[in-house]
Design a protein. Structure first.
Ligand code: AMP
Length: 574
């Protein structure tokens, strides 16, 4: 194909194909990620037909990572990060250590020199931030303790990678020299100096952000908000994310991901800036998709035939070695089975950091080229397997929770925060009950009032955060997405007296209403909407009453305004 505009081609074909195959994957009941990866393989150089520009794809993927980490930072405060440090830092160091040793052993088995083994081991030990975050987001786990530990773990791994990347050239020089003259002490000194400088730069960056950025960034946003231009305002938020990430990398030698994460964290301190920044994030999803496409593009399927032993062994290191170590380390640190299992499975993959390390290792002649194929093969196969493993953990979760022995006392002295209540789709035994979907700003107020009445209440909430139930009344919580037929089936709508759909998304609410109506043609359904088309959509799908937030606000404002307006009118009327 004629390819005069490679950037446009990759964006159009990459996103278009990812959409088609992602939808197909979803239909086949697997994660859309599998579809994105296959889209990447299809536009990659190892399959016939259109070949997209790999270097461009990787850069676009990098932007996706910046936006993703920025988004995660927005929901993270410094306090959150500090609260998991006692688990995340030692945990990540132990896990990276064990996985590196396993990778090192595998490299020796493959007949590579020990220096290659060290780099290969590290490549297999660091997980992909993008993959783990996407999985956590898909399952709405980012704001739970499990999510916080996972992010702290990723940040620690990220720092280890940054160190490894700067140390690799010095390490390569030492290993090459070792063959010639003895340069041991001088080499060690050089390495120590590089470590000190790198850590110093990271510390300087974080300090700068926490001292100056914390004040300057919200001030800039307020200033731009005064211009009254929404466009400029969004642009300012996006600039903050990109510029901070770029400066972090170019000036301080920190990774893009870490830079963006800290920028988001600084903004998260103010709830208003946080909300504003969230508006800019839809871009993030499109770029995150390109990340998976770019990983698919790098994959050469012939490695499956050329090096099956190496590939299987590398997959065992990452797919079994890492999660088993992580699980035991987390247990030792006092975490519950569910927390330990979720994070363990989440880390059972490798991605962008491993590719970076491998590329540098090959460029410096420390790592053989074959290592790259093994790492890519492992990456793609384990990214494909990851959603399945997560689904297994979700299924096993009720069992894990029931059989978790008395929690191991935390070595750190910190008691882990309580996990959200068990999920499990046990059908409710309630009858003549009210079903309330969504326990957010609206659902909570509704539940508070309903608890005062005698009707039993069943709350369906998809998020994993706390559901602080009001006092009194019979109340049950069902965890899950109410648009999922299995969740709705567990709500015993057949015997319910009322369904309240208190979620903001019109598409999802429409799905819920439609399914509920099919299950119970005579059920009274009250739904929430935020724009006229949504009111129409929900009514069409079977809601008896649709309450539109904005109209209610207007009505209430008028109620409050009326006395003032009428009293102003009165004198002239008199
Ligand atoms: P708010 O807009 O603050 O009232 O929050 C809406 C709440 O509904 C949030 O807590 C969401 O987690 C929850 N929610 C959104 N979609 C669904 C869904 N499909 N099923 C169950 N809960 C949902």
């Amino acid at each position: 194909m004629h390819n005069e505009a490679p950037l446009i081609s990759i964006v159009v074909i990459g996103i278009g194909l990812a959409f088609l195959l992602g939808t197909l994957a979803n239909r086949l009941r697997t994660s859309p990620l599998a579809g994105y990866l296959v889209a990447g393989i299809a536009v990659g150089p190892f399959t016939p037909g259109f070949v997209a520009d790999q270097a461009l794809a990787l850069q676009l993927a990098e932007i996706g990572e910046i936006l993703l980490m920025f988004g995660v930072g927005l929901h993270f405060s410094v306090k959150d990060l500090l609260s998991v440090r006692a688990v995340a830092i030692p945990g990540a160091i132990a896990q990276v250590g064990v996985a590196s040793v396993l990778g090192f052993g595998l490299a020796l088995l493959l007949g590579w020199p020990p220096s290659a083994g060290i780099v290969f081991g590290l490549c297999l030990a660091v997980a992909s931030t993008v993959v783990l975050l996407r999985t956590l987001q898909e399952r709405r786990l980012v704001d739970t303790r499990r999510g916080h530990i996972a992010v702290g773990w990723l940040v620690t791994q990220d720092l280890i990678t940054v160190l490894a990347l700067v140390l690799l050239p010095a390490f390569a020089a030492v290993t090459h020299d070792a063959a010639g003259h003895a340069s041991g002490p001088a080499g060690t000194e050089a390495i120590l100096r590089t470590v000190a400088i790198t850590l110093g730069k990271v510390a300087a960056f974080v300090a700068l952000m926490l001292i100056v950025g914390r004040r300057a960034i919200p001030a800039v946003l307020h200033f731009v908000a005064h211009t009254g231009s929404r466009e400029l305002f969004r642009l300012s938020v996006l600039s903050v994310a990109l510029v901070v990430a770029w400066v972090a990398t170019e000036v301080f030698g920190v990774s893009f991901a870490l830079g963006a994460f800290v920028a988001g964290m600084v903004l998260s301190e103010s709830q208003l800036s946080q909300r504003a920044a969230e508006e800019t994030l839809p871009l993030r999803d499109a770029f995150a998709v390109l990340f998976f496409v770019s990983v698919g593009m790098l994959f050469d399927p012939s490695v499956l035939i050329k090096a099956p032993f190496g590939l299987i062994a590398a997959m065992v290191v990452v797919g079994i070695g890492t999660p088993v170590t992580t699980f035991f380390v987390l247990r030792r640190l006092g975490e519950s089975w569910v927390t330990a299992a979720t994070i363990a499975v989440g880390l059972a993959q490798v991605g962008e950091f491993s590719f970076l390390l491998a590329d540098l290792g090959i460029a410096l002649n420390v790592l053989p080229r074959a290592a790259r194929d093994l790492i890519l093969g492992t990456s793609i196969l384990l990214i494909l397997a990851n959603p399945l493993l997560f689904a297994l953990i979700e299924r096993a979760r009720p069992w894990l929770e029931r059989h978790d022995p008395i929690p191991v006392p935390a070595l750190t002295g910190e008691t882990p925060a309580p996990e959200p209540e068990p999920v499990g789709l046990q059908p409710t035994l309630l009858a003549d009950h009210v079903v309330l979907v969504g326990f957010g700003r609206v659902g909570r107020l509704v539940a508070d009032e309903l608890a005062r009445h005698e009707a039993p209440l069943l709350v369906i909430e998809a998020g994993e955060g706390d559901v602080p139930l009001p006092e009194g009344g019979t109340i049950e919580v069902l965890r899950g997405n109410a648009a999922d037929p299995a969740v709705l089936a567990a709500a015993n709508l057949q015997a319910a007296r009322l369904l309240l759909v208190a979620i903001p998304d019109a598409f999802e609410a429409g799905q819920i209403v439609e399914q509920a109506r099919a299950l119970r043609p005579d059920l009274r359904i009250i739904a929430r909407a935020h724009f006229d088309a949504a009111v129409e959509h929900l009514s069409r799908h079977g809601a008896n009453v649709v309450v539109m937030g904005e109209r209610e606000i207007a009505r209430s404002m008028l109620d409050w305004a009326r006395p003032a307006v009428t009293s102003a009118d009165t004198p002239s009327a008199a």
